[in-house]
Design a protein around this ligand. Structure first.
Ligand code: S3P
Length: 178
């Protein structure tokens, strides 16, 4: 199937969700180039809107303030079509976010083991949720706590451990067009 044919299948937005470090941004960039669709990164939009970093938003105003901005930004994005949207790992925590994503998007859940996630995020200083808790045990616990919400939200699920971005993207397209 050609790129044009694949593109025609997506009228809705492709929403990439999943725990931190599951590769949402990397896959989003690859897919957007491959399918020639616009890529939107919700966290980047929030940073631009707020004029400060995610870490700073959490520190100065608290998590709820960040979550409000996250919902507001998601609702704005959902008014558009044919985007590849990379969402922050906590997007599934609010029911209203999940409803909006289900209505306007095809939701792709990326997963990885806590060990893989740790290896991918261990040197990152801009993930306040993991501040002071950058270890496999904490990641595993938080992942388990959120597991049901991710699963309930997803239209399709892709495991990313030991796969290249190309493999993940091809698997995703295969599953989306079935
Ligand atoms: C968060 C994930 C982050 C970012 C914020 C909160 C979370 O995005 O939105 O730090 O609660 O899981 P990534 O999943 O892109 O790291």
């Amino acid at each position: 199937m050609s790129r044009e044919e694949v593109k025609k299948l997506f009228h809705k937005n492709i929403m990439l969700i999943g725990f931190m470090g599951t590769g949402k941004s990397t896959v989003s960039s690859y897919l957007s180039k491959w399918l020639d669709l616009e890529e939107v990164d919700l966290d980047a939009m929030i940073v631009e809107k707020a004029g400060t970093s995610i870490a700073n938003l959490f520190e100065q105003y608290g998590e709820e303030y960040f979550r409000d901005l996250e919902t507001e930004t998601l609702l704005e994005v959902q008014q558009r079509e044919q985007l590849i949207v990379s969402c922050g790992g906590g997007i599934v925590l609010r029911d209203e976010n999940v409803s909006a994503m289900k209505e306007h998007g095809k939701i792709v859940l990326l997963t990885a083991t806590p060990e893989t996630v740790y290896e991918r995020v261990k040197d990152c200083k801009n993930r306040p949720i993991l501040n002071g808790n950058m270890n496999v045990e904490y990641i595993a616990k938080l992942m388990e706590k959120r597991r049901e919400r991710y699963l309930q939200c997803a239209d399709i699920i892709i495991k990313t451990d030991n796969k290249s971005v190309k493999q993940i993207s091809e698997e995703m397209i295969q599953k989306l067009i079935v």
